[in-house]
Design a protein around this ligand. Structure first.
Ligand SMILES: N[C@@H](CCC(=O)N[C@@H](CS)C(=O)NCC(=O)O)C(=O)O
Length: 208
């Protein structure tokens, strides 16, 4: 299978890290959604990443859908979203909040980068949404004592939070002071030190 997209995208990175942790071989095409849009479009008319091209030519888009697909390739006991409820929806909620926050960070970046006149309304709204998620995730993580969010085994929720924080702090350096979110900071540092995170990494490059 082929994973399209650059690892400075938290959505692409969470997929690359999951494939790596699952030991699923894949090829990587680090194509930019702007500079390489013509290469991405034949696979995904949205020209968004991550885009996963399967061996039979089928294409899966959107990181959550891609993780759903690749989870089906591994033994149930190895899957990084729990299968049983209520653990499953709790983990999916943390991952969805983290990825939603990342979407707002991307949106804020595009607003500031691509518009000559930045909308103060949109800018404020994105910052409030990101800050709100940081507060909720910080409180949740601070109440837990385990190495990972839901115990001693890494899961998609852990990866989503760390990937989102890495992207937020790289694309909006200094916008949020991570000293105010010590549990999330420690969580991200623990994850970033893992070999899979070190391997699936790319410094942030502004879209052009
Ligand atoms: N919900 C999507 C979000 C993906 C996304 O926003 N990717 C960005 C890159 S960080 C992108 O493709 N942006 C180009 C665009 O939206 O036109 C997912 O989880 O995969």
């Amino acid at each position: 299978m082929i994973l399209i997209g650059q690892y400075d995208s938290p959505f692409v990175r969470r997929v690359g890290v999951a494939l790596t942790l699952y030991d699923i071989p894949f090829e990587h095409r680090p194509w930019s959604t702007f500079g390489d849009a013509d290469r991405i479009r034949p696979y995904n008319p949205l020209t968004r990443v991550p885009t996963l091209v399967l061996a039979d030519g089928d294409v899966v888009v959107d990181s959550h859908a891609i993780l759903d697909y690749i989870d089906g390739l591994v033994l149930p006991e190895l899957r990084m979203f729990p299968i049983a409820e209520p653990a499953r929806h709790r983990a999916i909620k943390v991952a969805a909040l983290a990825m939603g926050m990342a979407e707002k960070a991307v949106s804020l970046f595009y607003e500031r980068q691509l518009h000559k006149d930045v909308s103060a309304l949109w800018d404020d709204r994105c910052r409030a949404q990101i800050g709100g998620v940081l507060d909720v995730l910080e409180a949740d993580r601070a109440a837990r004592t385990t190495d990972f969010w839901f115990g001693d085994r890494i899961g998609h929720a852990d990866i989503a939070v760390a990937a989102a924080l890495g992207h937020l702090n790289a694309s909006h350096a200094g916008l949020f002071d991570m000293a105010a979110f010590p549990a999330l900071k420690a969580h991200a540092e623990r994850l970033e030190a893992l070999p899979a995170f070190r391997r699936i990494y790319q410094p942030f490059i502004a879209p052009a």
